[in-house]
Structure formats: C-alpha cells, structure tokens
Design a protein around this ligand. Structure first.
Ligand code: ZN
Length: 299
C-alpha cells in the first residue's frame, strides 16, 4: 500500500521541541515504510502568522537533516480551494450561515465543547434571524458517533453533536478555519497517513466527518504524545518553549527519539546529523512510542 505522510506546522514562531517531535515521528513513519513525506505550511490563519517564521522553520528542518518530497504547500495560496469546498457544502445544505455574535453564542450555549470552548446551540440552523446577514459559516453535524482506531491512542470515538456542535468553516473575521483547510489539503496532496501530536486528537473526528461530507478518502491517523513542560502545559511559544537552534541538531534529534520511546545510544547526541538519521531509520519502532497524550519534559 502506498504511503504518503506530511508535516504541517503553523508559522507562529520558531520551531521548538514539541514541533520537532511531530516532524520526526511523521517523517520516520513515512520513510521507514518507503513512503513519501511532504511539508505544508499552515499559514491560513493570517492574524496568527509571524513574519519570517515560515522561512526559519524550513531552515531549521533542513539543519536537522529533514528532506521532504516536492515543493512546500502554502495554505495562504489555497484560499480558492477552500472557497470551492465551502460552496459545495453550502450547495448541498451541509453548511449554513450563522449571524450570532460572540456574546449571543456565549448566552445561548448550554454546555462546553470537548476542546473547552462553547458548544454552539444551533440557533441559525434553519436560517438567520430576518435582516441579519451571516457572519460565519458552520457545518451541520450529525448526532452519530464518529470513531477511528489510533495505533498509539487506541479507539477514539466522538459524537459531534454532543461533543463539538456545528463547527465553524469560515470565521466571522473572514479567515477559513483550520478544520476545513487541513481536510481540503490532505485530500489535495493525496495524504494516506497522518502522524501528528495528540493535541490534535480531538479534532480528528471533525476532520473525518468533513472528509465524508466532501467525498474524500480518510487517511489513517496516528497521534504521538505531546511534550509538556513541568506544569503539564503543551510546549509552545506561549508556554515559553525554547527555540531548537540553541542546541546542536544531533542532540535535539537524539532527545526527540528518546521522548518517542526509541532508546537511542547517548553518544548519538554528539554524532553527525546523518548518523542520527541512519540510526533512526534502522531502529524506528512505532510500538515503542508511549501510549499517552502527553509527557513532561525539562524545558
Ligand atoms: Zn448563529
């Protein structure tokens, strides 16, 4: 079976240890099975993009010995494709306009969604109140379980109506939502396997549902544990994660392999980047990845 994986970072800061884990796991999963591995820059959320971050991320990946197939795909250049997908969903009655303000959504929400946000009540499902134009576009979800088997996390099941609600595809600020962009691009790039951090585990049922709505094949999903700081927060720019360029690439890679349960010999940290990759490709064992959503790490 052909394998095509990808790494899809958002250029909101420097590459840090948490993003290196996702890059390394997805690349080793692909390469150890003779597959292709692509890089996609998820810069669809324009207000969050940091100028220069994408270029420095790509340079950092190269410095760590990553080699990807084909050109980098930029989401900021794919807006027409997202528009076409939204139009199709609208034409089929699956997407609807929502006129609610943030305040109205907060007032009418009865429960929290699985990601901690407010669960939209579905107020505009049958049309917006008269005279009020849509601000955002939402996907009509079903009251049915969406489940998949993750080789690391086990069986994951969600009822979108209960756990998520009708979610946003085009935001009130005119930006396409991550969930739509990622599904359209995974299909466009022919991705067969998605290996990424478990912080995205709760998004996967939404993406599988969107794939069904759009008639796309669903890739296989695998979610590796995310690195957290000692306070249990996911490493990110916001939680003060250090940029990777402070340490030698071979040391970063060796540490990442250890985090992913691969037990690399410690002297690899002082070897060449090429030597680390050689060891990693020869010894990569998916079964050794810790079966949890998050693991603490120093710094
Ligand atoms: Zn509404």
């Amino acid at each position: 079976m052909p394998y095509r994986g990808r790494f899809a970072p958002s250029p909101t800061g420097e590459l840090h240890f948490g993003s290196l884990l996702a890059a390394l796991a997805s690349c080793l999963e692909a390469r150890s099975r003779g597959g292709e591995w692509l890089v996609r820059m998820e810069d669809v959320d324009a207000p969050r993009v940091v100028a220069g971050a994408a270029g420095s991320m790509l340079a950092c990946l190269e410095a760590h010995g990553f080699v990807w197939d084909g050109e980098t795909l930029w989401q900021s250049r794919r807006l027409d494709a997202y528009r076409a997908a939204l139009d199709e969903l609208r034409a089929r009655g699956l997407a609807y306009g929502c006129a609610c303000s943030r305040k109205e959504i907060a007032m009418s929400a009865k429960t929290r969604a699985i990601d901690g946000g407010l669960l939209y009540s579905g107020k505009c499902r049958h049309g917006t109140p008269s005279g009020r134009p849509p601000r955002a576009w939402r996907l009509r979800v079903e009251n049915a379980d969406i489940a998949f088997d993750d080789p690391i996390q086990g069986r994951v099941s969600q009822n979108l109506a209960r756990d998520v609600g009708d979610f946003v595809l085009l935001r009130a600020d005119g930006q396409f939502a991550y969930q739509l962009a990622v599904v359209v691009d995974d299909a466009f790039q022919g991705i067969t396997h998605v290996a990424r951090g478990a912080d995205l585990l709760d998004s996967t049922p939404r993406q599988i549902y969107l794939q069904r709505c759009l008639g796309y094949a669903a890739p296989d999903y695998l979610h590796v544990p995310v690195a957290t700081n000692m306070a249990g927060e996911k490493l990110s720019k916001q939680t003060g994660a250090k940029a990777l360029n402070l340490n030698p690439p071979a040391a970063n890679l060796t540490r990442a392999l250890g985090f992913l349960g691969q037990c690399p010999p410690q002297e690899l940290a002082r070897a060449s980047v090429g030597a680390v990759w050689e060891w990693a490709l020869e010894n990569w064992k998916r079964e050794a990845i810790p079966r949890c959503r998050g693991l603490r790490t120093e710094d």
